[in-house]
Design a protein around this ligand. Structure first.
Ligand SMILES: Cc1cc2nc3c(=O)[nH]c(=O)nc-3n(C[C@H](O)[C@H](O)[C@H](O)COP(=O)(O)OP(=O)(O)OC[C@H]3O[C@@H](n4cnc5c(N)ncnc54)[C@H](O)[C@@H]3O)c2cc1C
Length: 563
């Protein structure tokens, strides 16, 4: 399958002919509610296809306020909310990727077969600029972040290869030749999953393979060996070893790490070779994961595998860190998207469901819970988009380096509990796979674990504060600029600085990072959100319990009206 479109193309979704799996307004009839033994009532169905709540752009005032007018995002929001794409997502999540190691004659192919729903979503994302838009003239990381945030609400698994493709682009700057070949393909706004060498493809994808069995956080412990293959050209090496986590093994290339005589080095491993053969990239098995089901995370081995050195020998971490930095942006936005999707379901249910003669949305305790959840979702989005804006500002690079880690840490730590509470708002139905809540809940812990698990992110933040004074100074300046607007924020900032006049001991890093990230959220909320007062009242002021809704009465009306 090869599909290409011009930049800013209208998503293909609505152009597809209806099939048995893609009901349309024309083919849908109302389900029969009058059954033999009872009438079905008080069971909110899915929002109607033409409901604004289904449109991920129109229905999200907070997102639109963050990004401003953007026709690309408007089209994408509508497409992602369509029945066709919801069905494609469900197919991709339930009709699992299948590993095909050999062809019928016993020759190795090392391929993964995906349901067509997976390919439709990949095409929708890549053709509309998921990986490309930030790198195009006039493009921005802010609109990329909005793209990611909306996509993760519908099918977070396919985001993995698209995010890695977006993030690999700046890392390629380490080698002009590799960049000249790969960059145009990664940013082509095309999806071309054919197993063919990159030079012959309309578009390409890039994965990342760092983690080995003996350690993922400490990549310097990698044992994969790289030996120069001088007969095959400048910068060509042969790799031998393994990678314990390699998500999206059907990507066209991988940035990977291996040991050379000069130390840990970054390489680009092409999946398919220009002479029409397959590189020695052996998939051992696919991981049986908690969630993220559409994404075929695998274990792989390199057997004398051809690889191109990217950057100098011994500079592996410094080279691949550019990719890590950009994937972190997406891991900071993904929890905001997951929270938003879960909250939308909870709100829709609460507005349509009655208990004890009153709609759930009108019950004071449910209003407290939903308001608390809404404030959380809003803050995660505002913080993530603030970080994205810093990615667009060359002068704010130190701020981006630190704030992306703060946002990744805080939002991902909050997501699982928040999504569970949204699930509970639906009662028993929230625990049933007919709703997206179980999928969202299973997905929730992932973005905290990869690209720096919680502790590692906290230690990384301490290291950044120690080694990059500009980063700490820019975050401090941001916090200082927010002072004077609200006593609650000022008091919390003063308490933080009194508690940690210098960097905390390692054992306290989580507390310190949570507190700093929370303060940054406060500054961003005051600058950007109409829910700032509710956020300050429930996050920084006075006593409250530790669980959702465990707080004194707040004016839930304005909060709930936003969702
Ligand atoms: C679904 C999924 C997809 C993935 N895809 C990829 C991929 O495509 N490519 C890839 O390279 N990797 C991938 N990973 C791997 C992921 O990046 C690693 O699992 C992660 O970096 C942690 O490494 P580890 O599993 O070896 O855990 P470890 O490094 O052993 O860490 C275990 C725990 O110890 C903590 N810890 C580590 N060091 C310290 C310390 N100094 N002080 C205190 N605590 C510490 C960590 O925070 C963590 O909680 C994926 C993982 C998952 C779950």
């Amino acid at each position: 399958m090869t599909t290409t479109t011009q930049p800013n193309a209208v998503p293909a979704a609505s152009a597809q002919p209806p099939t048995a799996q893609t009901p349309t307004a024309q083919t849908l009839s109302a389900p029969r509610a009058q059954l033999a033994t009872h009438e079905v009532f008080n069971q909110p169905g899915a929002p109607a296809a033409d409901s604004p709540a289904r449109d991920l752009w129109v229905g999200d005032a907070a997102l639109r306020a963050c990004v401003g007018d953007n026709p690309d995002l408007a089209r994408l929001g509508a497409a992602l909310g369509s029945d066709e794409m919801r069905e494609a997502a469900r197919d991709a999540q339930t009709r699992l990727p299948e590993l095909r190691l050999f062809d019928r004659g016993g020759r190795r192919i090392d391929e993964v077969h995906f349901h067509p729903g997976y390919h439709r979503l990949m095409a929708l994302g890549l053709e509309n600029g998921y990986a490309a838009s930030a790198w195009e003239p006039g493009g921005s990381h802010t609109s990329h972040a909005a793209f990611m945030y909306m996509f993760s609400q519908v099918e977070p698994g396919v985001c993995c290869p698209m995010t890695m493709t977006y993030a690999a682009v700046p890392a390629l700057d380490a080698d002009a030749g590799l960049s000249a070949l790969w960059r145009p393909k990664l940013t082509a706004r095309a999806y071309d999953p054919a197993p063919r060498s990159v030079d012959s493809k309309a578009g390409a994808t890039m994965g990342m393979a760092m983690t080995e069995k003996q350690g993922g956080s400490d990549v310097r412990a990698n044992t994969t060996r790289a030996v120069a293959d001088t007969g095959s050209g400048e910068g060509v090496y042969r790799l031998t070893g393994h990678k314990w986590f390699c998500s999206a093994p059907m990507c066209d290339g991988f940035l990977t790490l291996a040991q050379t005589d000069g130390g840990l080095t970054c390489f680009l491993v092409p999946r398919w070779l220009p002479d029409g053969t397959r590189n020695a990239f052996q998939i051992q098995r696919l991981k049986d994961k908690l969630g993220n089901k559409a994404n075929a995370s695998s274990e792989i081995e390199y057997h004398d595998t051809l690889a191109h050195r990217l950057g100098d020998e011994g500079r592996g971490v410094q080279t691949i860190i550019e990719m890590v930095h950009h994937t972190r942006l997406d891991t900071a936005l993904a929890p905001a998207g997951l929270m938003r999707a879960a909250l939308s379901e909870a709100m829709y249910w609460a507005r349509g469901r009655t208990a004890f003669q009153r709609r759930l949305i009108d019950q004071p305790l449910m209003r407290s819970v939903l308001a608390d959840l809404g404030i959380e979702a809003e803050a995660a989005l505002m913080l993530g988009m603030d970080v994205a804006r810093a990615f667009d500002d060359p002068d704010a690079r130190p701020y981006a380096r630190l704030s992306v880690a703060l946002a990744k840490f805080l939002s991902n730590k909050r997501a699982p509990g928040m999504i569970y509470e949204c699930m509970e708002c639906l009662g028993g139905m929230g625990y049933v796979e007919d709703t997206p809540l179980p999928m969202l809940y299973r997905e929730a812990p992932l973005n905290s674990i990869w690209e720096g698990s919680g502790n590692v992110i906290c230690l990384d933040i301490l290291r950044t504060l120690m080694r990059e004074p500009d980063a700490g100074a820019q975050v401090d300046a941001r916090l200082d600029a927010a002072r004077g607007q609200d006593r609650r924020f000022d008091d919390a900032l003063a308490a933080h600085r009194a508690r940690w006049p210098a960097l905390p001991p390692e054992a306290e890093a989580r507390w310190f990072v949570e507190s700093l990230a929370q303060l940054l959220s406060g500054a961003v909320m005051m600058a950007r959100s109409p829910l700032a007062d509710a956020w300050l009242a429930t996050r920084l002021d006075g006593p409250r319990g530790q669980i959702a809704g465990a707080m004194a009465a707040v004016d839930a009306g304005p909060v709930l009206a936003r969702f």
